[in-house]
Design a protein around this ligand. Structure first.
Ligand SMILES: [Zn+2]
Length: 325
């Protein structure tokens, strides 16, 4: 609604579905070229009815005049984590099924494979994925995804080790490289460190190409495309070269759960006003510094811990961090 690009594959660039799967275009990169000002100019200059009757790719997938007048770089670092994890899980489901002809995330066979794999992870690692949560949403939270993406020294504790047990041996090496690269890219994207954006761009491009070459049937979803095609430029041009930890939507998202809980269980239901008032009071109490001082909080440091380089993923992350001292 804000951008007017209701039919677009990507809110950052005007690439079509075919173009985001074309390796020669991937090699040249996808500069951020979709701007609200351009979109608004188009609607101001041409007849809207004629314009909207054009094929979608000739009108840059615009579906209406943008509501916003300002360009929006929707970075969404948390959702990059969640959706990239979901995409990788889907890739594994397709590999587990074996006779793959096309990307079919909602087919009963792939949904069955997903259930089988998530049950295996629950059994081996006690990590619950895809299950509806009592707090709202599903159990696939940022913490769960970060835990899965972090390689463990102990193979039986390692998410990747277990998911690879269900896919053909010949895919192990390439799936491992893609997994490690995605994880390193996401760690940098969600960090507060100064990033070597050129180096990151190379890793993103290699990973993007590897997906298209090795799994030509796989779809690069809009979020995965945004991460691999645009993350380096978002960091370099729009955040002074630093990872996007400060722009994470994680705090906002975690408040949703509190709001649902308070509205349902810890507020008056006599009227909408009383209900909202109680929810606000509860939310304000949550962030009260005196009350907070009584809480036993362990700091969840999202900055990559690189004091000990445990895996090749850590080495890759370290090599892409610039020393700002
Ligand atoms: Zn794009």
């Amino acid at each position: 609604m804000l951008s007017g690009a209701g039919g677009a594959n990507c809110q950052m660039c005007t690439a079509t579905f075919q173009q985001i799967h074309d390796i020669s275009i991937v090699q040249n990169g996808f500069p951020i070229n979709r701007t609200i000002r351009d979109a608004r100019d188009v609607f101001d200059e041409v007849d809207e009815e004629v314009f909207l009757s054009l094929p979608t790719n000739q009108r840059f997938n615009l579906t209406h005049k943008p509501i916003s007048e300002k360009d929006i770089i929707s970075a969404s670092p948390l959702h990059a984590y969640l959706r990239t994890f979901s995409w990788f899980l889907l890739l594994i489901c397709h590999l587990q099924y074996g006779a793959i002809q096309q990307w079919s995330p909602t087919s009963p066979i792939i949904l069955g494979a997903r259930k089988f794999i998530t049950s295996l992870i629950e059994e081996k690692l006690s990590i619950s994925i895809d299950t509806p949560s009592v707090q709202g949403g599903t159990t696939t939270t940022g913490n769960v995804v970060r835990r899965c993406f972090t390689r463990s020294d102990d193979t039986v504790e390692d998410f990747l080790y277990w998911v690879l047990t269900v896919v053909p041996q010949e895919t192990h090496q390439v799936a491992t490289t893609i997994f490690n690269n995605l994880s390193a890219i996401l760690r940098l994207y969600n960090s507060n460190r100064k990033v070597d954006t050129e180096g990151l761009d190379n890793v993103c491009r290699e990973t993007y190409e590897s997906i298209l070459i090795n799994f030509s049937w796989a779809h690069v979803t809009p979020t995965l495309h945004k991460l691999l095609a645009h993350a380096p430029q978002i960091i370099a041009d729009h955040n002074d070269g630093f990872g996007l930890e400060d722009l994470s939507e994680e705090g906002l998202e975690s408040c949703n759960k509190l709001v649902w809980q308070y509205r349902e269980r810890l507020s008056r239901k006599f009227s909408f006003e009383d209900n909202v008032k109680d929810v606000f009071v509860r939310l304000i109490s949550q962030s009260d510094p005196i009350l907070a001082s009584f809480r036993n909080i362990t700091k969840n440091d999202s900055e990559p811990d690189l004091s000990e380089l445990k895996s090749c993923q850590d080495i890759l992350v370290k090599s892409l961090i610039m020393n700002t001292l």
